[in-house]
Design a protein around this ligand. Structure first.
Ligand code: NAI
Ligand code: MG
Length: 792
């Protein structure tokens, strides 16, 4: 026992343990055993697995290990509950979400202690961050439930949603998944992570007490196989997953061609960039939050410290001094900064990666104090002399390990920051607002924090791109993941747009055949295809109308290269892009008759319908000329002094495989929104009717469009779309065609986890509600949330 005088001298504080009594009593009340929560009732467990406290290695409870039968039962319960839940008024669903939020607050102490015991994270974090954010999330989404029919008019629930979550923020990830799903009118089957199932069990009790209708939320415990059974279940309409990129890739492949909507929040290797004018003392505290928060087991952890050369030495010295003062120990001690690593297997993984880093020649530093020897603890660790291509700099360690690299100029910092396959988050430290806001858009990440780190709120979207996944959680942008276009009421619906294939007959009003062999359109020029093959394009009556080149893999590669070279288009002003779209429309209208005849000759749809298609195409170009400078971002209402700016950014290079049925309108309906938002494109036009697209080269050539913004490759649509989907320099693929093609595109997209929009739905392109608008603009952009706190 230290004397008061001694305490005064060192200013050390002793342990301040939070009691685990209430949590243990709660577990005991359940006799230490939990089934699944299905259809509003607990199942009786057969085979079980243990929930372990990683700080003590003690078993906390046993949980049922979910089988495919359990998953079947949960999905059936969710399906049964769906119609009534969906039919509830938005206000009634809002009341339910509100009741859940209240319940979370009422039980916040139990939840915080339980989370800390099961996960190993400090009680300070669970009490002050995880659990308050969980309540905040349900309150915020009670609001979206209330506003659903006005703010998401024309949209409806997707259906039964399967959700699979990781162990690093067990209850918070559950909230991020369940709150928007319920607000959107969906019902849920969720699998908690096997290392951390207990707060989910407490949550089941909360929704039960709150009177949520049975079957709206179902929880199935288990391991990866249980998760896979949810993913594979034919009666699940959407999968939302947070976890490793490896499993994300498996899920992308498993759901390919199934029609299931998918959102993935995966790993990261986020940069924490410090410029030489930054306030280094704030930086040090920022680093503590970035990489030692939750022992570094954070998908968006600032795990790569990039420092401008001039201040690197000083910053590293300050960091080491700070690390000496970090307190690591029992997670339930209110005075620790760091708790335990979630499980022995994760501890082992950290150790291995650190060893590999040392073997690669990097310099490792740890504070002089020692870790508890029992339980899963790992000290804060700092690496210097790290090579940008080394394992340490590239692999997600998911532990309290920071790697440092230096740069000289802002350009170099951006190159270094983007030098990973991930794109989740970034943190930018400088006293110059000019520099910060210049750098933020250049970093490939879904979230950028300026002079801050790890800020989260229910009102702001979170999520990444590239190998960090796709989709957003939180805010309005997150709600889109949980709704789909509602079928239009029959009274308003127009007659179906399907074009019957006319019986073979000589098309009376078709142009006489002209022997023209068009080329491909690449980098602003008509380019001879790599292969010598062409395909005959014939009218429905069998008259040869021309030939179209058969593009191949090499042609696609050239087109992708051209699209990359044209990426400056993304920095053109909206006004500028609008002017060019209007100019294209103008030049098309000059040749309207010629295009109408061509469409009629190819499709046999008749003079009137072909004329209508051309007019609709001109109008569509005007629509996106209009949108080019009007698709605004947002400033989210987050509870900080500062702003969270949600910016719509172009995705980059988009591959587009067009609907076969409308040779011109089907193409422009997709290309125009992509280009309006600043993307560059590789377009595969209608396979049977490509000549409207090849005629269109002439329109493009006279419209001031920069070379490479639109590239057109004719040929075998599915084969070419697959090449685009496999290509690592293509950032998204849109595919409108057959189900087999959808499947192939989605499967191949897993290579770099590109975003896809692939569908076999017949769209009525002539209908403005279905054929244009915000749905297309959302697909053409991703949202970057830039947090800028202010004040002295
Ligand atoms: P994981 O991705 O295997 O686990 C996440 C969730 O997916 C768990 O609920 C698990 O049961 C489930 N799951 C596993 N295989 C599945 C499958 N085939 N189908 C459906 N669900 C499946 O992550 P794990 O093994 O716990 O951690 C390994 C590494 O993953 C970590 O070291 C870290 O690098 C990364 N990770 C990243 C997270 C993030 O938030 N970005 C969260 C957790 C892990
Ligand atoms: Mg555990």
């Amino acid at each position: 026992m230290a004397t008061v005088a001694e305490i005064f001298k060192t200013m050390e504080y002793g342990p301040a343990p939070e009691s685990d009594k209430e949590a243990l009593a709660w577990i005991a009340k359940h006799e230490g055993t939990f089934g699944h929560y299905i259809g509003g009732a607990w199942t009786r467990p057969a085979k079980t697995f243990d929930a372990i406290n990683p700080a003590t290695s003690k078993v906390l409870a046993r949980l049922a290990d979910g089988t495919t039968d359990d998953v079947d039962a949960a999905v059936a319960a969710a399906r049964k509950a769906l119609p009534a839940w969906k039919a509830l008024s938005p206000h009634a669903r809002a009341r339910h979400l509100y009741a859940i939020a209240r319940g979370v607050q009422k039980h916040s102490r139990l939840l915080a202690v339980l989370e800390s015991m099961d996960n190993g994270k400090s009680i300070r974090e669970t009490r002050d961050i995880d659990v308050p954010l969980v309540a905040r999330h349900f309150y915020h989404h009670a609001g979206w439930a209330q506003l659903l029919d006005t703010e998401f008019a024309g949209y409806e629930a997707i259906g039964v949603v399967g959700q699979i979550i990781p162990w690093n923020f067990p209850l918070l990830m559950l909230a991020w998944k369940i709150a928007p799903a319920l607000a959107g009118g969906n019902t849920v089957v969720l699998k908690p992570a096997e290392f951390t199932p207990l707060t989910a069990m407490a949550f089941a009790e909360i929704v039960h007490e709150a009177g949520l209708p049975p079957g709206v939320v179902n929880l199935v415990n288990g391991h990866g196989e249980t998760g896979a059974a949810i993913v594979d279940h034919p009666d699940v309409d959407k999968i939302a997953f947070t976890g490793s990129t490896e499993v994300g890739r498996i899920i992308r492949k498993a759901t390919a061609g199934s029609g299931k909507k998918l959102s993935l929040e995966l790993g990261g290797k986020s940069p924490f960039i410090v410029y030489d004018d930054a306030d280094l003392d704030s930086v040090v505290e920022g680093v503590v939050d970035a990489i030692w928060f939750n022992q570094g087991q954070v998908c968006c952890a600032g795990s790569r410290l990039l420092v401008q050369e001039g201040v690197a030495e000083r910053l590293v010295a300050k960091l080491r001094a700070r690390m000496e003062k970090l307190r690591l120990g029992s997670p339930l001690d209110k005075a620790v900064d760091m708790g335990a690593i979630v499980a022995p297997v994760q501890l082992e993984r950290i150790r291995e990666l650190v060893q590999q880093g040392m073997d690669e020649g990097a310099t490792m530093w740890q504070p002089s104090w020692s870790c508890p020897t029992e339980g899963c603890f790992y000290p804060p660790t700092l690496f210097t002399d790290v090579q940008p291509a080394s394992i340490l700099a590239q692999v997600e360690i998911f532990g309290p390990v920071l790697v440092t690299m230096t740069f000289r100029t802002p350009e170099e910092s951006v190159a270094l920051a983007n030098n990973t396959p991930y794109g989740l988050a970034a943190s930018v430290w400088t006293e110059s607002i000019n520099l910060a806001l210049d750098i933020a858009p250049k970093i490939k990440a879904g979230v950028v924090w300026v002079n801050s780190t790890n800020l989260f709120d229910a009102a702001a979207g979170f999520g990444g791109y590239r190998e960090s996944g796709f989709g957003r959680e939180g805010g309005r942008e997150g709600m889109w993941e949980y709704v789909k276009r509602a079928p239009r009421p029959a009274s308003r619906a127009k007659p179906p747009a399907a074009r019957p294939t006319p019986a073979p007959r000589p098309a009376a009003d078709a142009l006489p055949p002209i022997d023209r062999t068009p080329k491909l359109f690449i980098a602003g020029k008509q380019a001879r295809p790599d292969g010598a093959y062409t395909r005959r394009i014939v009218s429905p009556g069998g008259v040869q109308l021309g030939e179209a080149p058969e593009g191949n893999r090499k042609d696609i590669r050239n087109a992708v290269e051209a699209a990359h070279a044209a990426k400056g288009w993304g920095r053109a002003t909206g006004h500028n892009r609008a002017q060019i779209l209007y100019y294209i429309a103008e030049n098309l209208s000059v040749r309207a008759d010629e295009f109408a005849s061509r469409i009629n000759a190819m499709t046999g749809c008749g003079a009137k319908a072909s004329r209508q298609e051309v007019e609709a195409s001109i109008s569509r170009l005007f629509t996106y000329g209009a949108w080019a400078d009007k698709y605004d971002g947002a400033v989210h209402s987050v509870p900080i002094r500062g702003v969270a700016i949600a910016m719509n950014e172009p995705i980059g290079v988009i591959g587009i495989a067009c609907d076969d049925r409308y040779p011109l309108l089907g193409m422009l309906s997709l290309v125009a929104p992509a280009v309006a938002m600043g993307n560059t494109t590789i377009v595969i036009p209608s396979q049977p009717h490509p000549l409207a697209a090849t005629d269109f080269y002439g329109v493009l050539e006279t419209s001031d469009l920069p070379a490479g913004v639109i590239n057109i490759v004719t040929g075998d649509k599915d084969a070419l779309a697959k090449v685009l989907a496999e290509h690592d320099d293509v950032e998204a693929v849109w595919y409108f065609g057959a189900r087999d093609g959808v499947k192939a595109v989605e499967l191949a997209s897993a290579s770099n986890m590109k975003r896809t929009w692939a569908t076999w739905d017949d769209r009525d392109w002539l209908d403005r509600d279905a054929g244009e608008g915000r749905e297309f603009l959302r697909a053409a952009t991703h949202i970057k949330n830039i947090w800028v706190p202010y004040g002295e």
